[in-house]
Design a protein around this ligand. Structure first.
Ligand code: ASP
Ligand code: MG
Length: 311
């Protein structure tokens, strides 16, 4: 039996993968440039947490992904949101980052921009405000894009992709204004319309994003978006960290306090502190830079919602 005949017929995507080497070269340079920037900024890198009794509840429904170990139920982590907040509250440093695999078993999603398993660059800055985090992220994006444009000329040419370096500050829209201009599908409309990266602020979502104390129902959070229809790049926010506030917000969202016991214990002991952060999807970033029509094209082992998984 030859080596290749061991592969099942639907492995053909591995053989016909066009331009994957160029795409992965760009991904390699993207990650190196990100590490360089964060190293210069003196952030510490932490290793990812894959299984934990607590994880990000997300703000949309996904299938349960958990395993039992002894008498404990451990979840496959959906993001590093809770762990990085705990980490930055514990460590007396400017900021931390984690490149982590996230598992989100999406239900009924039709999308060219979702994978069930993907990687995220998670950053959390101690004591930072929304504006400080946004500015930090803009510097990171501009640094990384310039490096990749320089170091990947050949690959970008083969892929027919051009890198445009945006100017600081990026445009900022409030989700409320966009909703009244475009209606509920504002995200897909605005990403088609814009020509540069931009921010959308103030979304009602997970309990850990900070609510504006002076304007209840408004949030000190943000999404970074790509132009030309490539959609969401990053979600993040300032964080709530006070026990009573967190409990109230979990209850308002009908979430079981029992799902967050160790996190709540830390909050109760005043061991969480102010921070702001965000999670940047790596595959989405590479798709945007390489101008691929579907996110599946930038990985050898795609896991697309609604499709059987081969590898
Ligand atoms: N909520 C983000 C996520 O979806 C992470 C963050 O807020 O930093 O992964
Ligand atoms: Mg998001």
């Amino acid at each position: 039996m030859t080596h290749s005949s061991i592969l099942l017929p639907n492995a053909s995507h591995l053989r016909k993968k066009g331009k994957i080497v160029e795409i992965l070269k760009i991904q390699t340079e993207v990650l190196i440039a990100i590490h360089e920037f964060l190293y210069q900024e003196e952030l510490l890198q932490l290793m990812p947490v894959i299984v934990s009794p607590i994880t990000d509840p997300l703000c949309h429904p996904v299938y349960e992904a958990s395993i039992k170990y002894l008498n404990q139920r451990l979840q496959l982590t959906k993001s590093m949101a809770l762990h990085k907040q705990i980490a930055i509250s514990t460590l007396d440093v400017k900021g931390i980052y984690i490149v982590s695999p996230n598992v989100r078993l999406e239900k009924d999603i039709q999308s060219d921009n979702h994978l069930l398993e993907f990687s995220q660059l998670d950053i959390e800055l101690r004591d930072a405000s929304t504006l400080e985090f946004m500015s930090f992220m803009e510097d990171l994006i501009i640094y990384m894009l310039a490096k990749v444009r320089d170091r990947c000329k050949k690959e970008l040419k083969i892929l027919g992709a051009e890198i445009k370096i945006p100017k600081k500050p990026f445009q900022v829209y409030s989700s409320w204004d966009l909703r009244s201009e475009f209606g509920s599908a504002f995200k897909s409309q605005i990403t088609q319309r814009e020509a540069d990266l931009f921010w959308i602020t103030d979304f009602e979502r997970e309990f850990y994003d900070k609510e504006d104390e002076t304007r209840r129902g408004h949030y000190l959070n943000y999404d970074l978006y790509y132009p030309e229809g490539y959609g969401e790049a990053l979600s993040g926010g300032e964080r709530d960290y006070e026990y009573e506030v967190i409990v109230r917000k979990l209850e308002e969202r009908n979430q079981s306090l029992g799902d967050f016991v160790p996190y709540l214990e830390l909050a109760k002991a005043a061991m969480l502190g102010p921070s702001a952060g965000g999670g940047l999807g790596i595959e989405r970033l590479i798709r945007f830079l390489t101008k691929r029509p579907h996110i599946r094209e930038i990985t050898l082992f795609p896991k697309v919602p609604g499709e059987p998984i081969f590898l």
